[in-house]
Design a protein around this ligand. Structure first.
Ligand SMILES: [Zn+2]
Length: 371
């Protein structure tokens, strides 16, 4: 996700990015507004007027999506939960909240803040559109913002996890059952149910002749259903990993790389180690950094013979570490939180192995075979 987006700035210390897919949807929304929605509602404007009104509306619409995500984020930060970034993409917006909330009340407010913000924007837009009713171009913009934010708020309140409404629902079940896992399972099942309901409704619309609307609603339903299913699977993984330790899944073998190895040398000599994606960088017998094949992408080809692995590695001091007796599930959560794919495993101040996501997947497979 990182590479396919551009950062447009930071709000309250949270990076805000635009996914490349967003540009497509921005152009599409502007085009629909300027070429069909506004011309159908307001006759007799110039083409220029439709396009200017359409573009302004589109920008303000995405501004309101951003405010919705910011509302979630502000509450998360308030509860000391880190927000990695906010991204606008083809389905709207997403605030990457790194941890599960610690209490039902926190989840409740973080989830509800978004739809409440959308309602607030809808309310303000309604007020402005009425206030400026003698200026149709202004009231047209805010009339649309009123409708779209209202729909956005209602849609997000559908109690299908992982929609905001599903999270609110989970928070309530969690508060009653005092059991987070159970609440998640129940919310995910309800989420799948709503997903199927959307798909069914989509097909009904298609049969009645509203093909485009039908496909769109069925598609949203499918998206909801698979997101809820993924949540069920995460739940299963959590259950399987519970009680296991990092030592069970980590790989004890890892490759060392001298710090003065250039990218060119690395490619010529080390690519032969198939399946190895990461290496410990060593200098004077000490482990000083962590080098992944991925980090090579940042170096232009013509510099491969001069740039050394030391220059592009992640220094050990900046890396999260784990220990062999650390709970495996917690280690996985740490990786999710920091957006990394591996953790060096330390014992008595020395690296004794590496835990990667692949290790965990392989371990899950072997557990499955043994059971
Ligand atoms: Zn939301």
């Amino acid at each position: 996700m990182k590479r396919s987006q551009i950062q447009i700035g930071k709000i309250k210390g949270i990076p805000v990015g635009l996914d490349y897919s967003w540009f497509l949807v921005f152009i599409l929304v502007t085009w629909i507004l300027a070429a069909s929605y506004f011309p159908a509602q307001y006759k007799g404007w110039s083409a220029m007027a439709y396009w200017i009104t359409g573009s302004i509306t589109s920008v303000l619409f995405f501004g309101s999506v951003l405010l919705h995500e910011l509302a979630h984020s502000v509450f998360a930060v308030k509860y000391d939960i880190k927000v990695r970034r906010i991204t606008l993409f083809v389905f709207g917006g997403i605030a990457e909240i790194t941890e599960e909330p610690k209490k039902p009340s926190q989840e409740f407010w973080i989830a509800l803040a978004g739809p409440l913000m959308s309602f607030l924007i809808a309310f303000i837009s309604y007020f402005i559109s009425k206030e400026f009713s003698q200026y149709p171009k202004i009231s047209a913009v805010f009339e649309y913002l009123f409708e779209i934010n209202f729909i956005l708020a209602i849609f997000n309140l559908v109690p299908g996890f992982p929609l905001d409404g599903g999270r609110v629902f989970r928070a309530v079940v969690w508060a009653f059952t005092k059991n987070f896992q159970k609440a998640t399972s129940i919310a995910a099942v309800v989420g799948r149910f709503f997903g199927f309901l959307f798909i069914l409704y989509g097909f009904m619309l298609m049969m009645k002749g509203s093909v485009v609307d039908g496909i769109w609603i069925a598609f949203i339903g499918w998206f909801l259903e698979s997101a809820a299913l993924a949540q069920v699977q995460r739940q299963v993984v959590s259950k399987l990993l519970a009680g296991h330790k990092v030592a069970d899944a980590m790989s004890r073998s890892y490759a060392l790389l001298p710090s003065d190895t250039t990218i060119q040398d690395f490619i010529q000599n080390n690519m032969l180690f198939k399946n190895r994606r990461f290496f410990i960088v060593e200098e004077n017998g000490e482990n000083i950094g962590f080098f992944t094949i991925h980090s090579m992408n940042e170096v232009p080809k013509e510099k491969w013979d001069t740039v050394t692995v030391k220059e592009i590695m992640t220094p050990i001091s900046e890396m999260k570490k784990t220990t062999p007796d650390f709970p495996l599930l917690e280690a996985l959560k740490e990786m999710d939180k920091d957006g990394v794919n591996q953790l060096p495993v330390y014992e008595d101040g020395k690296i004794i192995g590496i835990l990667s996501r692949e290790n965990i997947i392989t371990y899950l497979h072997t557990m499955h075979l043994n059971s």
